[in-house]
Ligand binder design. Sequence first.
Ligand code: GDP
Ligand code: CA
Length: 321
Amino acid sequence: MRRIVVLSGGIGGARFLRGLLRAAPEAEVTVIGNTGDDIHLFGLKVCPDLDTVMYTLGGGIHEEQGWGRADETFAVKEELAAYGVGPDWFGLGDRDFATHVVRSQMLAAGYPLSAVTEALCRRWQPGVRLLPMSDDRIETHVLIDDADGGRRAVHFQEYWVRLRAGVPARAVVPVGAEHAKPAPGVLEAVADADLVLFPPSNPVVSVGTILAVPGIREAIADAGVPVVGLSPIIGDAPVRGMADKVLAAVGVEATATAVAQHYGSGLLDGWLVDTVDAAAVESVERAGIRCRAVPLLMTDVEATAEMARAALALAEEVKAV
Ligand code: GDP
Ligand code: CA
């Protein structure tokens, strides 16, 4: 039984996981999910990345959109708007609301987020063990310029969804991370893993936030097993979304090579870049990270499974040396 740990954000991570489960149906997969994007709305706790993984693997996702529920309606949102209650920029559908009601109710009753996530997954049966990176509250904030020459911090969702990353991000801060503890099972899963994968998730606000929880980065580096990542950057641009904006905030170019170097050879043993970035292989290998160029577009589950097979093969290669 192969034990695989995957550090996941939302869409990029969830879609990759679907391919991984096809490529390695026998594997025991533990997903450590980013919770830095979590936000409190209308008195409810919303965990976008955990839910995207849960809905995608559980068959409830809105396929084209990549987040939220299929066959969604928006009656609650309309009713809230009729009361003049915002925000109106964060899309929560009626079906999705139910998830947040259940989660918030359980949290209020004293259950930690990890137990709540396990309970929600009993319905969705995602085929992986889904763990939040931490039960402690961590909130990613983005520093932007304000009107009078200073800086102000906004919640990541406000930067990403309301502002559409339309202004420069000066810094990205995972508020609360330094005092947070990994959720129960996280360090154990890493220590017991046969390999660790970084899917093509956002390197700063998804994987980066998970690595900011004290102990997780160290556990991965110390696990002594192959750590292999897949580039979310193809042809010097994110495949989807605005990852270049938050990469700039941490001083990293939006290239497959720069992202590999950002993780570093101390953490990463192998890195997959897209075939259009084949020229990057040499520079990544010069940085001490074994690199291969393969198609990295997750156009459908089979193409994604092929990416997962390439990652598993690279892990074997790395192990052999
Ligand atoms: P989020 O939390 O929903 O933003 O999702 P993630 O952090 O898990 O993934 C976002 C990243 O996925 C973005 O930076 C995209 O560039 C990347 N991504 C999306 N689709 C693809 C794809 O088909 N191939 C690759 N290589 N990356 C992708
Ligand atoms: Ca996210």
